[in-house]
Ligand binder design. Structure first.
Ligand SMILES: Cc1cc2nc3c(=O)[nH]c(=O)nc-3n(C[C@H](O)[C@H](O)[C@H](O)COP(=O)(O)OP(=O)(O)OC[C@H]3O[C@@H](n4cnc5c(N)ncnc54)[C@H](O)[C@@H]3O)c2cc1C
Length: 474
C-alpha cells in the first residue's frame, strides 16, 4: 500500500488547525509515542504526533490525512498489549491526551459523558464521589476511555459486570472523511437498524476515531470483601472456579495465580502476600449492600474451595487488607512480564473448560521445555498465559515461541475459546487470526473496513491486512 509522507505543506495545515505546540516532530516525542506495553514489542516512529483538543480538530486532521493519503494511528495511554497503538506505517499519530474532560455525570439517567482521553481512574474517582460505579475494570487504570473502547477492554470485574462494550450507550466518532457520527446516546434501549456503536467498539482504531463516549453507571456497592485462597494443587484452584459459578454465586472477580508469579512479584515490588507457600491461589472479590448475604456467599465459596483442597481461606474485609492484596495482584504484570523476554497470550475459554485447558497448556510447556506461568481472570475464562525465555538462547526461543503460541491458540479454539479475550489482535496476533475466525468472517470484516475507511489510512495492517500481505497461520 503506497502512502504519502507528512510534508511541509501538510505540517503547516496541521499547525493551522491545532497550533504549533500541539504538532510535534522532535525525536524525543516521536520516540515516546513509538511503542505500547506489549513486552519486547516493536517500536515504530510516527512522522508527527498530534494533540488535538476537540472533535472539530480531529475531524480536520482526518480529512487532511484522507486527502493526502497519510496513515493515522490513534493512541490513548499506550498501555495496550497487542501493538495496536504502535504507528507501524509511520504517518500521523493522534494522541487524545488533551481531550480529557468528564463532560457530565448525569445522576438522573445514571450515565457519564466523557471525552476519549479521560483516564479510567479519574472517571472512577469522580463517579464514586457521587455513590456511582463504573465497573469496567481493565487492570491498567491509567488507560484511557478511548483506548478501552478501542480494545473492548475487560479486566477483573467481568465475571459480574461484563466488558466495556456493556457500558457504552453512545459514541461520537469521526470517519476518515472528517464526517462526525453521533451514535446512540442516553437511551437505555434501542432497536433501530444495525448497531454501528458495536462495530466501532473493539475495532482497535481501524474504523473511526472515538472522540466522546456516553457510559452507563450503576450504584456503587457499599460493601466489598476479598477472599485469598491458597491451594496445594493448581487443578484444585481451577476446578473451584466453575463450581463456585455452578453454585449460582457471582463474585465481582475471581482471579487465579500460580505461586511463582506471586514470588517474582513480591521480589520486584517489595510487598508480601499473606501466604506464598502454596502451589496456586484464587483471589475472589465479592460486593453487595447486605452484610449477612455477602458473608453467606463467602461461606459457600469457602466450602467449595475447601472441598477442592484449599489449604485455608483468608478473609480480608478492611480496606487496607484488601488493598494490599489487590495492589500485589495489579503488579503481576510488572512482576513477571515487564522488561523480560515473555509473551502474553490472552485466550479465553468457556469457564467449565478451564481445568482441561490449563492442563493442556502445562503439557505444551513440558513438550517444548519452556516455562509457562499463568495468572488472570479465571472467573471469565480469560487466563493469561506467559511463556518465558529464561535460559533459552534467542535462537531457540524464536523457533519455539511461534509454535507454542499456535498450539495454545489451537487448543483454545478446540475448547470453544477465542484467541484474545480482551487485549485485541493489533499486530501481535494478526498472524493467528485465522485460527480464531473463519475466512467468511474475516472477509465480512474487511468489507466493513472498506466502507468506513476506503483508502485504508486508519491504523493500516492491524487486525488483518486488507491486501492479504501477511502470511497467516491457517
Ligand atoms: C499492567 C497492565 C494490565 C492490564 N490489564 C488489562 C486487563 O485486565 N484487561 C484489559 O482488557 N486490558 C488490560 N491491559 C491492556 C490495556 O490496558 C488495555 O488494552 C487498554 O484498553 C488500553 O487503553 P489505552 O488507553 O492504553 O489504549 P492504547 O494502548 O493507546 O490503544 C489501544 C487501541 O485502541 C486504539 N485507540 C486508542 N484511542 C482511540 C480512540 N480515541 N479512538 C479509536 N481508537 C483508539 C489504538 O489505536 C489501539 O489500537 C493491561 C495492560 C497493562 C500494561
Amino acid at each position: 500500500m503506497n502512502y504519502n509522507k507528512v510534508n511541509n505543506e501538510v505540517l503547516s495545515s496541521l499547525i493551522g488547525f491545532i497550533g504549533l505546540e500541539n504538532v510535534k516532530t522532535d525525536g524525543a516525542t516521536l520516540e515516546k509515542y513509538s511503542y505500547d506495553e506489549t513486552p519486547h514489542g516493536l517500536r515504530a516512529l510516527p512522522e508527527v504526533v498530534l494533540k488535538p483538543e476537540n472533535t472539530e480538530q480531529v475531524s480536520r486532521i482526518l480529512s487532511l490525512a484522507e486527502q493526502n493519503r497519510i496513515p493515522v494511528t490513534f493512541r490513548g495511554q499506550g498501555t495496550g498489549l497487542s501493538l495496536g497503538a504502535v504507528p507501524t506505517s509511520g504517518g500521523m499519530l493522534v494522541s487524545f491526551e488533551r481531550m480529557n474532560r468528564i463532560l457530565e455525570v448525569d445522576e438522573d439517567n445514571l450515565m457519564a459523558v466523557v471525552e476519549a482521553g479521560v483516564v479510567l481512574q479519574d472517571l472512577r474517582r469522580e463517579v464514586e464521589k457521587r455513590g456511582l460505579f463504573y465497573p469496567a475494570d481493565p487492570g491498567e487504570r491509567t488507560s484511557m476511555v478511548g483506548g478501552n473502547v478501542g480494545t473492548n477492554a475487560g479486566g477483573m470485574n467481568c465475571v459480574k459486570y461484563g466488558k466495556v462494550r456493556d457500558y457504552v450507550l453512545g459514541l461520537e466518532a469521526v470517519l476518515p472523511s472528517g464526517k462526525i457520527l453521533n451514535l446512540g446516546g442516553k437511551v437505555v434501549k434501542r432497536s433501530t437498524g444495525y448497531e454501528l456503536i458495536h462495530l466501532i467498539i473493539g475495532s482497535e482504531g481501524t474504523l473511526a476515531a472515538v472522540t466522546k463516549v456516553t457510559l452507563k453507571l450503576i450504584k456503587l456497592p457499599s460493601l466489598f470483601i476479598t477472599l485469598y485462597v491458597p491451594f496445594n494443587t493448581l487443578q484444585g484452584a481451577i476446578k473451584s472456579v466453575s463450581e463456585i459459578l455452578r453454585d449460582r454465586i457471582t463474585p465481582t472477580a475471581i482471579e487465579f495465580v500460580e505461586r511463582d508469579v506471586i514470588l517474582e512479584t513480591e521480589n520486584r515490588i517489595g510487598k508480601k502476600m499473606p501466604n506464598h507457600d502454596s502451589e496456586a491461589y484464587l483471589i475472589i472479590r465479592l460486593d453487595g449492600d447486605n452484610d449477612s448475604l455477602l458473608y453467606d456467599e463467602g461461606e459457600k465459596i469457602s466450602g467449595v474451595c475447601l472441598r477442592n483442597g484449599a489449604v485455608d481461606v483468608l478473609v480480608a474485609d478492611t480496606k487496607e487488607s484488601q488493598n494490599n492484596i489487590w495492589d500485589i495482584r495489579s503488579a503481576f504484570y510488572e512482576g513477571i512480564v515487564k522488561n523480560k523476554d515473555v509473551e502474553v497470550i490472552d485466550t479465553a475459554v468457556p469457564r467449565s473448560k478451564i481445568p482441561e485447558f490449563i492442563l493442556e497448556v502445562k503439557n505444551i510447556s513440558s513438550r517444548y521445555g519452556v516455562r509457562i506461568l499463568c495468572f488472570g481472570h479465571a472467573g471469565d475464562g480469560n487466563i493469561h498465559i506467559h511463556p518465558q525465555r529464561n535460559d533459552l538462547s534467542v535462537e531457540e526461543w524464536s523457533k519455539k515461541l511461534p509454535k507454542i503460541m499456535e498450539e495454545v491458540y489451537r487448543t483454545s479454539k478446540a475448547y470453544g475459546g477465542t484467541i484474545s479475550g480482551e487485549h485485541g489482535i493489533g499486530l501481535a496476533k494478526k498472524k493467528y487470526l485465522q485460527i480464531g475466525l473463519d475466512e467468511e468472517q474475516i472477509r465480512i470484516m474487511k468489507e466493513i473496513k472498506k466502507i468506513f475507511d476506503p483508502n485504508n489510512i486508519l491504523n493500516p495492517n492491524k487486525i488483518f491486512d486488507i491486501d492479504d500481505s501477511t502470511e497467516l497461520v491457517r
